[in-house]
Design a protein around this ligand. Structure first.
Ligand code: TYM
Length: 343
């Protein structure tokens, strides 16, 4: 059965890149309540807390961020009647399948993962020495997340392209070696917003790390903060509101953000601001983003007042996810030759 699965890490807060690149589409792909697809859990979303442990972390912060992110996803529109939402560590099959797939993935292919190279190389040779094994193995855990649910489609931003490719490669390899076991998944990307860039450094993607707080718009930022961040975004020399990622990366990023939140194409945005100054353009982008995020922001604060309700939802999600994942893990274990536990 064709399924959609995706995940988000509880490191720091959700930002505009996460929202436009992934979460908004998750909300949109949910099947109608009461439909056969909804009953069959066509859409499954996960707060991937085990992935948040690959870089040094603070335990209290991890607990808090996990619940906060789940609340954000509900605020964004993940509806219990239409999709499954759960926390990765609540379903043990993720860690277990990872071991089996660790023995199918190769050292060489993991070493070539650009995110590992970027994150470990940041601190040179010493950084590589002290990088956790979890950071290296992270893509295999992600492969397990996807394969455990027979997911056919994985809606992600552009930075996860290579990881979903790995899921394809490993599924094909496992099936070839041990017989048809896994659905081979493919990544899907949004038309605009697949790679939202940092407002201060438009040559790198907007991210949750605190290296560039001024360059990252958080979904929960107050309107005044969003306004200030957008108005102080780096633009380029010249004054034309024209899309050209190479020559005008700052302005192009703002054009894409504006297009993504208003539903306009890049050409339509260029036309709207033809002959207008950067100042006026930025003010329009700021206002559009504030209005776009306002409902999620309001809903988040309502939901956060009632954490028991979020926990209840996560409990239901974990039970349902486990019921789907266990048979797939059993299928893979059997195919790989692990002796079934005598009952
Ligand atoms: P994470 O938590 O970094 O990001 C969550 C989602 O947001 C997208 N994203 C962006 N999209 C556009 N512009 C940006 N600047 C931007 N930054 C982030 C990401 O592409 C992602 O879709 N490894 C994953 C989490 C994960 C996962 C999975 C995803 C774990 N298991 C299984 C899919 C399926 C990650 O770190 O995403």
């Amino acid at each position: 059965m064709a399924r959609v699965f995706s995940g988000i890490k509880p490191t720091g807060e959700m930002h505009l890149g996460n929202y436009l690149g992934a979460v908004r589409r998750w909300v949109d792909t949910q099947p109608p309540a009461g439909s056969a697809e909804a009953r069959d859990h066509h859409a499954i979303f996960c707060v991937v807390d085990l992935h948040a442990m690959t870089l040094p972390w603070d335990p209290a912060e991890l607990t808090q961020s996990t619940r906060q992110l789940a609340t954000m996803l509900v605020a964004a529109g993940l509806d219990e009647a239409r999709s499954l939402l759960f926390v990765q560590s609540h379903v043990r099959a993720h860690a277990e399948l990872t071991w089996v797939l660790n023995c199918v993935a190769s050292f060489g292919e993991l070493r070539r993962m650009t995110q590992f190279k970027d994150k470990s190389a940041k601190h040179g040779e010493a950084g590589l020495e002290s990088a956790s094994v979890g950071l290296f193995d992270y893509p295999v855990l992600m492969v397990s997340d996807i394969l455990l649910y027979d997911a056919a489609e994985v809606p992600v931003g552009d930075d996860q392209r290579q990881h979903v490719e790995l899921a394809r490669d490993i599924a094909i390899r496992f099936n070839g070696r041990f017989g048809d076991t896994f659905v081979v998944p493919k990544a899907t990307f949004p038309a605009v917003g697949a790679r939202v860039m940092d407002l201060q450094h438009p040559d790198r993607k907007m991210s949750k790390s605190d290296e560039s707080p001024q360059g990252t718009i958080l979904v929960l930022d107050p309107p005044k903060t969003i306004d200030k961040k957008i108005k102080s975004a780096v633009t380029d020399s010249g004054s034309e509101v024209r899309h050209d990622r190479d020559a005008k990366p700052g302005v192009s990023n703002l054009i894409e953000i504006y297009g993504a939140v208003t539903g306009l194409s890049i050409a339509e945005v260029e036309r709207e601001f033809d002959g207008k100054q950067y100042g006026l353009f930025k003010a329009a982008v700021a206002e559009a983003v504030v209005e776009f995020l306002r409902p999620v922001n309001t809903r988040f604060h309502e939901l956060a007042a009632n954490p028991d309700e979020i926990d209840r939802r996560l409990a239901v999600g974990a039970d349902a996810a486990e019921a789907l994942a266990e048979p797939v893990l059993a299928r893979a274990s059997l195919a790989a030759g692990l002796l079934p536990r005598p009952r």
